[in-house]
Design a protein around this ligand. Structure first.
Ligand SMILES: [Mn+2]
Length: 224
């Protein structure tokens, strides 16, 4: 079976609850569409577990991108303050705490893993093509109007709207923008648009927010 999940944001309890619900087997594949870190209590612990799981594949989210830029100093020196402030507004403290508790070797492993994460992945399940993205399809950079002038920023930060036209022949599955932007529903649910499926059910924000998981073989939905 193939599953997608997104925006876990340090919520290890909800992550474990979902893993239990789907009963993930070694022969299954779970795609996590970015934003494991920041906000919730155990972001680095989840990230380290994911790094060890051969059947879990992850995309870069804007929160991992902020971590790379600020903690691992991938930003331009003149943008250091700007990046640090942006990350601070987005719940970085738990991630910094978690990273500071790691050995040098583990920090290096985390850095190597995160900096090599793909922006998008295209997969086929049951004869259907899916494009997995965190924020927006990379191939629409320069096509879709955006305030982001850098392709990575565009892909991890830009938000899909109901009226966006997705690339032909595939269904885009995305996180990043919680589904209450597209539909009124309490608690939030997975949103199905025109060739696009939004799976961020606001689990990173507490309240009635949930983390969702979708099985692409059966389209069965799971929530925690
Ligand atoms: Mn995001």
């Amino acid at each position: 079976m193939v599953y997608v999940m997104s925006d876990i944001h340090g919520n290890e309890e909800k992550f474990d609850n979902l893993l239990m619900q789907i009963d993930l087997k070694e022969s299954d594949t779970l795609y996590i569409l970015g934003d494991i870190v920041d906000r919730g209590p155990r972001p680095i612990e989840i990230l380290k577990r994911v790094m060890q799981m051969d059947n879990v594949k992850m995309l870069l989210g804007n929160h991992e991108h902020m971590m790379l830029q600020s903690y691992f100093l991938q930003c331009k020196p003149e943008e250091k303050t700007l990046c640090a402030e942006r990350w601070k507004r987005n719940g970085c403290e738990v991630t910094i705490d978690g990273l500071n508790r790691q050995t040098m070797a583990d920090k290096k492993r985390i850095y190597e893993y995160v900096k090599n994460l793909p922006l998008n992945l295209e997969i086929e399940v049951e004869g259907k093509r899916y494009l997995l993205v965190h924020g927006f399809p990379e191939e629409l950079f320069g096509v879709r109007e955006s305030r982001f002038t850098d392709k990575t920023f565009f892909t991890v930060w830009e938000r899909i709207t109901k009226d966006d036209v997705m690339p032909e022949g595939k269904t885009v599955i995305f996180g990043h923008t919680s589904t209450d932007n597209y539909q009124e529903c309490t608690p939030p649910k997975i949103w199905y648009g025109n060739n696009m499926i939004g799976i961020d059910c606001g689990g990173g924000y507490g309240g009635s927010g949930r983390i969702s998981c979708l099985c692409l073989n059966t389209m069965q939905e799971f929530y925690a």
